[in-house]
Design a protein around this ligand. Structure first.
Ligand SMILES: NC(=O)c1ccc[n+]([C@@H]2O[C@H](COP(=O)([O-])OP(=O)(O)OC[C@H]3O[C@@H](n4cnc5c(N)ncnc54)[C@H](OP(=O)(O)O)[C@@H]3O)[C@@H](O)[C@H]2O)c1
Length: 255
């Protein structure tokens, strides 16, 4: 087997949440480039359609499907669709997350708390449950959860978000332990500061941005595409014996 075969995803069906922009879009594009059929998903169908079109124009295979991962009905609906249209799922990337509150932890209101937990925790959990059931029927698959370096060190004024990301790390290990015997590998990506809409507040505040730069040994933020290679590794045969692992991609921030 040549080295490039290790990363070949020909014939695989992949579902990527939060794929209409940012890190998820780059993951969707790279998985399609490696031969997977990619279901591009987020809340806004038309934004997903634009990414799916771009993938098809580049010679790949993709479709768009709206799914708000904070809504259980949406989760059940997308899996009904995947089952009916493809009959299988080989790859799930749980990447869509919410961070509605930026402020002191003591001022966290219930609405922000619930939204963060519903999307980042309940969403990832039930997406993984549904994917796992489908993967179990076909001998296995790979799940990757986008967590964050905030899982290891809580971000300042990002309390509840960081708490859900730490839970995603434990969720990754829990699913890896119980789904490993079913041939399903479950791993996580922990990105550092990446230039996307999501991290906008950190880029707009010059003092805050400079304080991050001083702590990052590579002295720069990441571009979204710099996260995609790790996900490709984790969903491909290149990582066939990697299970329950959390890979930090942060330019050295957490050293
Ligand atoms: N950027 C960073 O510095 C950084 C650092 C560490 C971890 N992360 C993690 O990386 C992941 C991707 O973030 P990003 O930086 O790429 O953000 P982004 O560019 O803002 O993209 C977020 C994506 O998630 C979708 N989305 C948001 N809420 C959703 C929901 N409830 N249901 C379904 N889709 C939803 C958005 O599309 P719609 O609006 O159409 O739904 C969009 O496609 C997140 O898990 C985030 O926590 C980011």
């Amino acid at each position: 087997m040549g080295t490039t075969d290790l990363f070949d995803l020909d014939g695989k069906v992949a579902l990527v949440t939060g794929a209409s922009r940012g890190i998820g879009e780059e993951i969707a594009r790279l998985l399609a480039q490696q031969g997977a059929h990619v279901i591009v998903s987020s809340r806004k169908r038309e934004d997903c359609e634009a990414v799916a079109n771009a993938i098809r124009e580049a010679g790949g295979s993709a479709e768009a499907h709206a799914c708000h991962v904070g809504r259980l009905d949406d989760i059940h609906a997308i899996f009904e669709h995947v089952r009916a249209r493809h009959g299988r799922l080989d790859i799930l990337v749980n990447n869509a997350a919410a961070n509605p509150y930026f402020g002191h932890i003591l001022d966290t209101d219930l609405t922000s708390f619930e939204k963060t937990v519903e999307v980042n925790l309940r969403g990832y959990f039930f997406m993984s449950v549904e994917a796992g059931k489908l993967m179990r029927e076909h001998g296995g698959g790979a799940i990757v959860n986008t967590a964050s370096v905030n899982a290891l060190q809580p971000g300042d004024r990002q309390g509840i978000y960081s708490i859900t990301k730490a839970a995603v790390v434990n969720m990754t290990r829990a699913f890896a332990k119980e789904c490993g015997p079913l041939g399903i590998r479950v791993n996580a990506l922990l990105p550092g500061l990446t230039k996307t809409k999501f991290a906008g507040a950190l880029f707009e505040d010059e003092a805050l941005y400079q304080s991050w730069m001083a702590q990052i040994p590579l002295r720069r933020h990441a571009e979204p595409r710099e996260m995609a290679g790790t996900v490709l590794y984790l969903v491909s045969d290149a990582s066939s014996y990697t299970n329950g692992e959390c890979i930090v991609v942060d330019g050295g921030l957490t050293i």
